[in-house]
Design a protein around this ligand. Structure first.
Ligand SMILES: NC(=O)C1=CN([C@@H]2O[C@H](COP(=O)(O)OP(=O)(O)OC[C@H]3O[C@@H](n4cnc5c(N)ncnc54)[C@H](O)[C@@H]3O)[C@@H](O)[C@H]2O)[C@@H](O)CC1
Ligand SMILES: [K+]
Length: 487
């Protein structure tokens, strides 16, 4: 599992460790790890051209010491000081002692930047506020031929949120110290980080609030049938989806649910005939959730059309976990958090940013926020919704973020932009509902579903990638289950 900690926690852990170590030892550890990665990326260090962009803080110090280490191995290193007079004194002395070049002239710096084999971005790290300052912006816009390595964090990305409030410097690789920062895992920041490598500098950190699953974590959470299992013990997931207007949503939600690990899928709604024709293994009932047989979780809302309001009310009145998606979310936004007040079992909401805007308006009153603004602040948005509705929230998007009302957050590392296709959310809803019915708590059900769905999207798109259909994503799910279990 990848762990991320906010800046405040990192600073406290650094202070605690620094108090026990000789002065500067921590920075030396960070710089040594950074230099080792740069050497690997360069392949041949001797004779290579390295440009170090240096800001006014310790982030620049790390970069300067790493530059000095590369210079000692024969690299031709130039440090470009963006805040001359404020660059880390020890790092600067080390670089000069290693015969590195130093300049504060932008013209020279930009020329060097463009022809370097490797650029170290030490402009700003966890102490950064706002986007790049004007003197640094030309580097973000300049042509480059070499690899850009961000020190701890791409400069201009907010460490705690992944927000990019102005211009940021795009990296190919980010070498981060001690722990991941949330901004390295959440878009838009994550998209500036490239491949992220963690250097252990010996920090003692508390349990993280923010995590990202990896194959082994997902494999450990997948519900597997035992020798004693029957379909009821494995869980029955109820799907109240689709309508006369949108029968396809019913098929796609059922397709996802059938591949999610529950023992059976019970469909209720107007598309029963189509569902049985396509998936004869489905149990179907006319009417709504209230009149259906016992299930261990409900999925309500995909393509629900006119029937969504009634189906939502009936599902929410049950004592089993309920996943609310699509039209169900629109109805929920109309009522607001009071609709969930009497629930005794967990609720999982799976909005995209447009639906999130409506849900927030339902909670706070007032006009919905612009979906683009919410996408740029996805961590804050998911957390706000989870707190307002006292429900687990899976906020879909370029990085899917899952927030529990208790504060825990998971960030989904899989996915592909090919998944932005009609019906893909219906498959995800069915899949996550199936995992809920199989007994996973909502944070696990949502994050495992997002993970598998993302992998299935990649599998269906293939390499180098081609458009996918939502049904193809559902059909790829068994293959990605196997891949995750084999890893
Ligand atoms: N504290 C420690 O023991 C360690 C710190 N490390 C490094 O130190 C970094 C944190 O160092 P600092 O606290 O000095 O902070 P930074 O170096 O991240 O930046 C702070 C400085 O940048 C300026 N600044 C803020 N926003 C800016 C912006 N948008 N554009 C340009 N300048 C801006 C501030 O005025 C301040 O002078 C970490 O990211 C990491 O790279 C590592 O060496 C590991 C050990
Ligand atoms: K940086």
């Amino acid at each position: 599992m990848r762990h991320a900690h906010p800046v405040e926690t990192v600073r406290a852990a650094e202070a605690e460790l620094m108090a026990r170590l000789p002065e500067g030892a921590l920075m030396q550890r960070a710089a040594a790890g950074l230099a080792a990665t740069c050497a690997r990326l360069l392949g041949r260090v001797y004779g290579s051209r390295v440009t170090v962009l240096v800001g006014s803080g310790d982030n620049g110090g790390d970069a300067l010491y790493a530059g000095a280490a590369l210079a000692r191995r024969g690299a031709r290193v130039t440090a470009v000081l963006l805040a001359p007079g404020k660059a880390h004194a020890g790092g600067l002395a080390a670089l000069r002692a290693a015969r590195g070049r130093v300049t504060a002239e932008q013209e020279v710096g930009l020329a060097d930047f463009s022809c370097a084999d490797l650029v170290l971005d030490g402009i700003v790290g966890i102490g950064g506020r706002g986007g790049l300052r004007p003197g640094a912006v030309p580097y973000a816009e300049a042509r480059r031929r070499g690899v850009v390595v961000a020190v701890d964090l791409p400069s201009g990305v907010d460490a705690d949120t992944g927000e990019v409030p102005g211009v940021a410097l795009r990296a190919d690789v980010t070498v981060c110290f001690g722990t991941y920062k949330p901004g390295l895992l959440i878009d838009p920041g994550a998209s500036y980080a490239g491949a992220v490598q963690l250097v252990d500098i010996g920090l003692t950190l508390p349990q993280p609030e923010l995590t990202a699953l990896q194959h082994a974590d997902v494999a450990a959470l997948l519900p597997l049938p035992g020798a004693e299992s029957d379909k009821y013990r494995r869980g029955v997931v109820g799907v109240a989806a689709g309508s006369a207007t949108y029968p396809g949503a019913a098929l796609l939600a059922v397709a996802g649910a059938l591949r999610g690990g529950a023992g059976a899928v019970r469909y209720v709604g107007a598309a029963a005939e189509e569902v049985v024709r396509r998936f004869p293994e489905t149990l179907v009932t006319e009417g709504g959730p209230a009149g259906a047989g016992r299930v261990q979780a409900w999925v309500v809302g995909p393509g629900g059309g006119e029937g969504a309001r009634q189906a939502l009310a009936e599902a929410l009145a049950s004592d089993v976990p309920v996943l609310v998606d699509a039209d169900g979310l629109t109805e929920l936004g109309r009522i607001g958090p009071s609709a969930l007040a009497g629930r005794t079992a967990p609720t999982l909401l799976t909005p995209h940013t447009g639906e999130a805007a409506r849900l927030l308006a339902g909670a706070d009153g007032g006009a919905p926020a612009a979906a683009d603004d919410l996408a740029a602040r996805r961590l804050a948005t998911a957390r706000r919704l989870a707190a307002a509705y006292r429900a687990t929230v899976l906020l879909k998007g370029s990085t899917t973020v899952i927030a529990d009302p208790g504060g825990a957050v998971r960030v989904n590392p899989t996915g592909t932009s090919w998944l932005a296709t009609a019906g893909s959310g219906d498959v995800l809803a069915g899949l996550a509902g199936s995992l809920l019915a199989a007994g996973l708590p909502p944070l696990d059900a949502a994050s495992v579903a997002a993970y598998l769905h993302g992998l299935a999207g990649r599998e269906a798109a293939g390499a180098p990638g081609a458009p996918v259909t939502a049904l193809a994503v559902a059909e790829a799910l068994p293959a990605v289950w196997r891949a995750v279990r084999q890893a």
